[in-house]
Design a protein around this ligand. Structure first.
Ligand SMILES: Cc1ncc(COP(=O)(O)O)c(C=O)c1O
Length: 417
């Protein structure tokens, strides 16, 4: 029986969400659209299967094909990220980080992570998280809010003062390159391990558009699989070190999780297969080119970006400035009104705080998946500027909404919804 004939209430909600995605443009940098093949694998037979353990070492019977699909995902992850060991079971990025911490830390150990307001993720030590109750996090920030450069000398001093067991590099809202080699050098000085959380950048690294922190000597790499990597929701922990891999495996299962979501792992194997194709490298490079096109269009319109610009897929704007004069929340709502989805976001050392911040964050992975190039990216930046500078101009808003819908119709979702 089809969903619509069995449960029209639920079907109607799914239909409305599909329409929202088709007729609006997703500019949240952590979102993307999966391919029909990924979706097919996600809705496939592995949804029914328990598979506690790892390939060849399971707690339940009937594992011939779970082993095959998990091994395929592991092999493809290792090929893409040039490493020997991949745990593909974490259910999300937050779980992957907690598992990685518990693999290498004891309660009370000190960790250096990036401050939330400068771009670090909640799981890098924000006091509201469980990790922050278990471990002692010390936060580093950026030195210069006009360029976004991390103060590596201050980071080195913090490392010498606090002697962390682990140093984390990685972020959710930061737009400049990280000096991975410098992180590794600082960690070596104080005998710390290194973890790069590239949750946002996974697809850009896999596609060869950004450097791989493992090549710079990072011990552990965590990444979500559903952002730029364009797979199902989930995460991976990767390493080149056999002993660390063993610790990680134990930490994920049985340490933190029970049965892996084998349908997600199947879909991940398919997504990683896609990421190994040459077209995916083109995609990753286009994501960056589109972000640069948006940056140029914003600068032309007199809207300067937080950190002075972007070198990745993400752009941050302080919307209290630049002739806009809105809060992040108001800007998010104004853009939603014309069919552009962004998220309100804290800016470096934001005086307004995370619940009602000064900024918005936007990004190009999803629009690039729809096939949009630099011309569309530049026009989207212009539309954003117009909409934010005149949020009360209803005629303008209506014409921008119509333009966004027309653009979305020209670039349909890959799944055809
Ligand atoms: C850097 C970073 N780490 C971890 C996470 C957490 O991932 P998830 O939402 O899948 O738990 C995110 C997601 O926003 C992230 O940006």
């Amino acid at each position: 029986m089809t969903l619509i004939s069995q449960d029209s209430t639920a079907a109607q909600i799914l239909f409305s969400e599909a329409k929202r995605q088709q007729e609006g443009l997703e500019l949240i940098p952590s979102e993307n659209y999966v391919s029909p093949a990924v979706l097919e694998a996600l809705a496939g037979p592995f949804i029914n299967k328990y598979a506690e353990g790892y390939p060849g070492r399971r707690y339940y019977g009937g594992q011939a094909y779970t082993d095959a699909i998990e091994a395929l995902a592991q092999e493809r992850a290792c090929e893409l990220f040039r490493c020997e060991y991949a745990n593909v079971q974490p259910l999300s990025g937050a779980n992957a980080n907690l598992a990685a911490y518990s693999a290498v830390l004891r309660p009370g150990d000190t960790v250096l992570g990036m401050d939330l307001s400068c771009g670090g993720h909640l799981t890098h030590g924000h006091p509201v998280t469980l990790s922050a109750q278990i471990y002692h996090f010390v936060r580093y920030g950026i030195a210069d809010v006009t360029t976004g450069e991390i103060d590596y000398d201050a980071l080195e001093r913090l490392a010498q003062e606090h002697r962390p067991r682990l140093i984390i590099a990685g972020y959710s809202s930061y737009t400049r390159p990280l000096d991975y080699a410098r992180f590794v050098a600082i960690a070596q000085q104080v005998g710390a391990l290194t973890l790069a959380d590239v949750s946002h950048l996974g697809g850009l690294i896999a596609g060869g558009a950004l450097p791989n922190p493992l090549d710079a000597g990072f011990a552990l790499l965590t990444t979500t699989t559903h952002k730029s990597l364009r797979g199902p929701r989930g995460a991976m922990i990767l390493t080149r070190d056999a002993a660390l891999a063993k610790q990680v495996n134990k930490a994920v299962f049985p340490g933190l999780q029970g049965g892996p979501h084998m349908h997600s792992i199947a879909a991940l194997a398919v997504a990683l297969g896609e990421a190994l194709q040459p077209e995916f490298s083109d995609y990753a490079h286009q994501v960056l080119a589109n972000a640069k096109a948006m940056e140029r269009a914003f600068h032309t319109a007199g809207v300067s970006l937080v950190n002075g610009g972007t070198d990745n897929h993400m752009l941050l704007i302080d919307v209290t400035q630049h002739g806009i004069g809105l809060t992040g929340g108001q800007a998010e709502q104004a853009l939603e009104g014309i069919g552009l989805t962004v998220n309100k976001n804290i800016t470096p050392y934001d005086p307004r705080g995370p619940l009602d911040p000064s900024g918005i964050r936007l990004g190009t992975p999803a629009m690039t998946t729809r096939g949009m190039g630099e011309a569309a990216a530049a026009r989207i930046a212009e539309m954003i500027t117009l909409a934010l500078r005149s949020p009360a101009d209803t005629a303008l808003q209506a014409s921008l909404r119509a333009e966004v819908m027309a653009l979305c119709a020209r670039f349909p979702l890959p799944t055809g919804h």
